[in-house]
Structures are given as structure tokens and as C-alpha cells.
Design a protein around this ligand. Sequence first.
Ligand code: CAA
Length: 391
Amino acid sequence: MATTVAGGVSFELTEEQRALRALAHEFAEQEIRPRAAGYDEHQTHPADLIAKAHELGLMNVHVPEEQGGLGLPCFEGMLIGEELSWGCAGVAVSIVANTLGAAPVILAGSEEQKAEWLPPLLEEPILCSFGLTEPDAGSDVARIRTTAVRQGDDYVLNGSKTFISNAGHAAWTVVFAKTDASQGHHGLSAFVVPMDAPGITVEKHLDKMGQRSTDTSAFSLQEVIVPAANRLGEEGDGFKIAMQTLDFTRPGTAAGAVGVAQAAYDYAVEYARERVTFDVPIAMHQGVNFLIADMAAEIEASRLLCWQAAWMLDQGHGRRATLYSSFAKRFAADTAMKATTDAVQVFGGYGYIKEYPVEKLMRDAKLFQIYEGTSQIQRLVIAREIFLPRD
Ligand code: CAA
């Protein structure tokens, strides 16, 4: 990774990081890309690719060594995220959503909780998910209405969640619920909830514009009994656990946007070299090559922001890293949208039809501006860290 060296900073990856990135790239090229269009069209849950990624060691890389995992830092997960998304963002999210699901347990779980929930993820390709968003509470997390009422050694959960990646296939989900409705964000708590618990109903698989091979589902909880031993941290810790989780995952998600932008750029460059108008390849027209020049510069800037955010998180920079995570997520998501839109423009009419790959990339890019905090929420976080910094 970028390390501080005498007299400056090195952007050289270590040999291990280069090998990991090459492994993820090869998997994306040979396994994900050939299936991407079909899985997108039919909204196929990519169970086969999840199993292969699991076998190759590209999933659950942050599970600590104490629980039998690799214990890799945020930076390595981010490298994997970019490459898998270069293959297909929908498939990539199906694979890396376990990072989001497991992060609250890794960050806030007790040793007993980590020992219970994390090793099974390594043993077989089972999925977990992050149950934060609700029909009436997306950006405004403190408005969550799902309740968790203590009854003896258990809690009883009631409510509904939506837009949850992989919820339809997950073995367990971290559910955020109100344990004290009078306390605003201090009244939220987090629980590990097995998805086969009586009272959980996966209600709807959502039919999305892009990233269609990721299962995105809504589920309800009716009188779901969860042992108090499944609560992560103390009552009231839920909001901070959610924020710290998102700080940890946003550089990887931002890197996914970089992967999509890079794919769009690669296709646009290739096409601009081949397609001839007015007797020259369109790459010779300034109207086209300026689009590509901007793509190249903005993709590189996005990637560097992702690297910096992940590096800061791994160095333990606390709320400064929150700021950089939001820089990366905001800039990379908006770059992916612009780069993919411009790639469609470079392809002209062909760009708009499904036979060519760039219209899918444009649909996939849009979601990066929405999930894990919209581009507007990233600006809000950035502005708050500027004007009201809290370390
Ligand atoms: N780390 C630690 N603590 C944090 C924090 C952070 N990054 N951010 C905030 N906090 C703390 C604050 O210090 C404050 O603590 P005190 O009360 O002790 O002072 C408390 O949390 C409340 O902070 P705010 O006043 O800033 O909270 P807010 O209600 O104004 O909201 C927000 C802040 C940033 C807008 C937040 O609601 C947010 O991040 N919203 C976006 C949610 C989001 O990203 N959802 C995506 C869901 S996951 C997904 O999309 C993936 C999928 O599966 C599809």
C-alpha cells in the first residue's frame, strides 16, 4: 500500500497486495465478465460465483486471525472491491456485501460473538447482511422505527427493513432497532438476527435498474425473539456501530465505483480507436478524446482518494478517516456516473443498446450515488467534519 518512506510517500503496492489484486482481476475477467450480461438480464443471484470467490479467498478477508480469518485491513478489501466491480458491480456486491454484514460484529462484537458468527462465514459461502435501512428511514438513520423490547434474557423485535443487499439469501443479518424511542440516535441498538428466526418474512425481491444480479430485498420482523446475547455492544450503541461500519466499508464501495468507471473507460478507449468517422478513428476527434482524457484523470483521482481513505482507516485516524471515506465515496460515485455516461456518448447509438456493454455500466453506476450514503449525505458528512469536527 502507499507507505511513508524517507523523503515522501510511495504508491507501490506490496508483492502480496499485487498478487491479491491480480487474483481478483483474473477472477473478474475469466469468471464474472462472461456471465455479467446474462445475470443482469435475469437478475440471477450469483451463487456459483460467490462459491468460487469464497474458494479463492476473495470473501470475508477482514475476519480476524483469532477467528481463523486473514484479518486483512480495509485497504486489501478495497483492492478486491475495485477489481470485482470492474467485472460486474452486481456480482461484486453479492460477494462483498459480507464485508458490510460482518463489519458490525468485527468492530463491536465480543469475543464470544465473534467466535459464534464469524468462523462459519469462512467454512462455507454463507451470506450475512446489514439491516439498517427502513421504508421511512434511509439517509436519516436516527428515524429508524423497528423496535427491540427487552423481555427477560431476550429482545422482541418488530418492524421492517428494505433495500437490504443479499437479505433474501443471508443466514443472518445485523438488525438495527430502537431500544429506547425517547433517546433519538442514542436509543438505537444492533442485534445479530438469524434470518430463519420465526417471525422474519422476506417480503420482496426488489427489481432494480442496475446491479441487478445483487439480491436487494425487503423483510419484516414480527415478534421475532432474539437472545440478549446477540446484542452488539451496549444498548444505545447502535448508531455509532452503524456509522463506524459505514466508515469502514465506504472506501471499498467507492473502489467499486472506480472499477465500474475503469471498465467504461477501457471500453471507450478501445471503441474510440476502432470506430472511424470523417476518415479517422473517433479517438482523433477532440470532442471524443477530451471526454476520455477527463475520464482518465478523474478515475485516477478517485482511486487515489480510495487508497487514502482506506489507508487512514487502517492507520486508526478516527473521524479524520470518516472525512476521507466520504471524500472517496462522493467523488468516486459521481465519477463513475459521469464516466459511464460519457462512455455511452463515445459509443453513440451503439452505447444505448444492450448488445454493447456500456449501457449496463451506466445503470450500474447510478446505484453508487445512492447506497451506503447518497452523494448528498457524503457532502453533508464532509461539511460537518469541516465546520463541526469531532475527534
Ligand atoms: N463515527 C463515530 N461516531 C459517529 C460518526 C462516525 N462516523 N458519525 C456520527 N457519529 C456520532 C456523532 O458524534 C454523534 O455522537 P454524540 O451524540 O455522542 O455526539 C452521533 O453519532 C450522531 O451524529 P450526527 O448528529 O452527525 O447524526 P445525524 O442523525 O445528524 O446523522 C448522518 C448523521 C451522517 C446523516 C447519518 O444518518 C448517515 O450516515 N446517514 C446515511 C446512512 C447510510 O449510509 N445508509 C446506507 C445503508 S447501507 C447500504 O446502503 C448498503 C446496502 O445494503 C444497500
